[in-house]
Design a protein around this ligand. Structure first.
Ligand code: ZN
Length: 180
């Protein structure tokens, strides 16, 4: 809204973002010369509510020299085929709902299409009780678990998929991390 005018823009988008671990970029190595206050200020720039809206948080560690010299473990071609197959599973499952992939499921669709047993959901319930997960975060994690299951060509969401999804919800309290 601006003045008397209102414009509505489509907001369905994919956000991929990265951040340095600290202002100098060298944390947590000894080369980091940042002061405590700089690190705290850096960490505060990504607020909890903002991070809660990001599905995957991945901390990328510096690969060692040997690893850098190796061939990549998966080719883009292989991964593309896996993602295409996973997308196709989602499209079929959500046929007729208006959603075409897991990321587009609202809470109602999520309840209907991602049914898990109490045992499978337990890690989510535990994390929620410990205060490590918001209600929104719990839905996001379940949605992500569905995607991880789709990538593994599994009809069922298993406990291992839920646990893997929880691993992508790192707290960035130490001020290091990459959000994607
Ligand atoms: Zn630093």
């Amino acid at each position: 809204m601006r003045g008397q005018r209102t414009a509505i823009f489509p907001t369905r988008f994919l956000l991929v973002a990265a951040t340095n671990p600290c202002p100098c970029g060298h944390a947590p190595s000894r080369r980091c010369r940042c002061r405590e206050a700089d690190l705290a200020r850096h960490a505060r720039r990504l607020s909890g509510p903002l991070l809660d809206r990001i599905d995957l948080l991945v901390y990328v560690q510096r690969p060692d020299a040997e690893r850098l010299a190796q061939e990549p473990t998966a080719s883009s071609e292989t991964e593309r085929a896996r993602v295409t197959a996973a997308r196709e599973r989602q499209r079929e499952r959500l046929d007729g709902t208006g959603a075409t992939c897991n990321g587009h499921m609202d809470a109602r669709l999520l309840r209907r299409h991602v049914r898990v047993s109490d045992d499978v959901e337990r890690p989510l319930v535990d994390a929620y009780r410990r205060g490590e997960l918001s209600a929104r975060g719990r839905d996001r994690t379940l949605r992500l678990a569905r995607t991880i299951a789709d990538l593994a060509a599994s009809d069922e969401v298993l406990r291992e998929h839920v646990v893997a999804a929880l691993g992508y919800r790192h707290e960035m309290s130490d001020g290091v991390g990459v959000a994607a």
